[in-house]
Design a protein around this ligand. Structure first.
Ligand SMILES: Cc1ncc(COP(=O)(O)O)c(C=O)c1O
Length: 361
């Protein structure tokens, strides 16, 4: 579409154009319903169908069986930092792998519930990598192990799940859910704020293994009670109807576009173009992440100094590349290239990088 620019923002982020188009076409009135999706009851048959589609698409994409609940809750991933330990930390101790600011926030909330063992942290190197399996100090008696699969701010990502034996694995996948096929059976729970790879902000997907809900303590405040949310199928109160509708469309787009194996291929290609541009710059651009930990969702790099970085981001914005400023905690440049980001935009940014270096080298 002509008036859309390249949106490299880390989130809320670019969504598939066909999904936005369908939402636009149906904004005033859903076909056969005569009302906007924002005007219908969350107890209506129409919403039931939208919700069921979003859930079944989720199940298909993750390959999740009936032993998993698929919930769409509010409060973002940040609420899950507290809600998951509140519900699932039995016994009251858990292992946390700390790979960035979001993991640290998760630790902060978990400490309100019980004892947190930092199984590994890569803070010393400004979170420029994720730890290897043999660096993890895991407690076999822990209630669970928590990790952040992709570190949005630093541009690092796990290429394989940490191995945790019989201890359930909990994953904050906010910034890389659906970027490639995974074996969902390795996970006790996966949660993701929607606003990067799956939809608008205001809805958080929580996929949880049903047997873990037996751990949920009695008499939790209703809105924090995961078992109640599951019993009520995310409809204890009014859910984010709009958010769930958009998720039904983006997951449909994923399924119609070759599913997660195709996304993996496209994501590797797109990120590869940018990493090649960094590596081929003779040190003019310096990647933040160590090579083995590089993220295919958020590509981060620095230039020689902060002034040049500012110039890069400003000139890029003038050329139609939006959202490239690195997070304030690391500076530099960050290009977020989620599932819906077009390859053409990445190729154009790589050319821009070469040209910028030529002019300012
Ligand atoms: C990895 C990760 N976890 C958690 C969050 C927080 O998500 P929310 O704003 O939905 O609470 C973010 C948001 O940027 C994130 O990137």
């Amino acid at each position: 579409m002509e008036n859309r620019i390249y949106n490299f923002s880390a989130g809320p982020a670019v969504l598939p154009e066909p999904s936005l188009k369908e939402a636009q076409e149906n904004l005033m009135a859903l076909p056969g319903v005569g009302m906007s999706v924002m005007e219908i009851s969350h107890r209506s048959k129409t919403f039931d169908e939208i919700h069921a589609t979003a859930k079944s698409n989720f199940r298909k994409l993750l390959g999740a069986g009936d032993d998993y609940e698929i919930l769409f809750l509010q409060g973002g991933a940040s609420l899950q930092f507290y809600m998951l330990p509140l519900n699932l930390m039995t016994p009251k101790k858990a292992d946390y792998i700390v790979t960035g600011s979001w993991s640290k926030k998760a630790v902060k909330e978990a400490k309100r519930v019980g004892e947190v063992n930092v199984a590994a942290t890569t803070e010393e190197g400004v979170f420029n990598r994720v730890p290897k399996q043999d660096e993890l100090t895991l407690d076999p008696e822990a209630a669970f192990v928590h990790f952040t699969s992709n570190n949005t701010i630093y541009g690092t990502q796990f290429t394989a799940e940490p191995e945790t034996g019989d201890v359930p694995l909990l994953c904050d996948a906010s910034s890389d859910i659906f970027h490639k096929p995974i074996d969902v059976n390795k996970y006790g729970a996966i949660y993701a704020g929607a606003q990067k790879n799956i939809g608008p902000s205001g809805v958080c997907a929580v996929v949880v293994r049903k047997d873990l809900l037996e751990r949920v303590p009695e008499n939790l405040p209703s809105m924090l009670d995961l078992k109640l949310m599951a019993e009520k199928d995310s409809l204890y109160n009014t859910p984010n109807v709009w958010g769930i509708y958009i998720i039904s469309l983006t997951t449909k787009w994923l399924l119609e576009n070759g599913g997660l194996s195709e996304m993996e291929k496209r994501n590797n290609e797109k990120a590869g173009i940018l990493y090649d541009a960094i590596d081929g710059s003779g040190g003019y651009y310096k990647g933040h992440a160590e090579k083995e930990s590089r993220s295919v969702m958020n590509v981060t790099w620095n230039l020689a100094n902060a002034d040049l970085e500012k110039k890069f981001v400003a000139e890029a914005a003038e050329s139609g590349f939006s959202g490239l400023k690195g997070h304030r905690s690391v500076g530099g440049v960050r290009a977020s290239v989620y599932n819906a980001f077009p390859k053409k935009g990445v190729e154009e940014l790589a050319s821009f990088m070469k040209e910028f270096q030529r002019k300012n080298g």
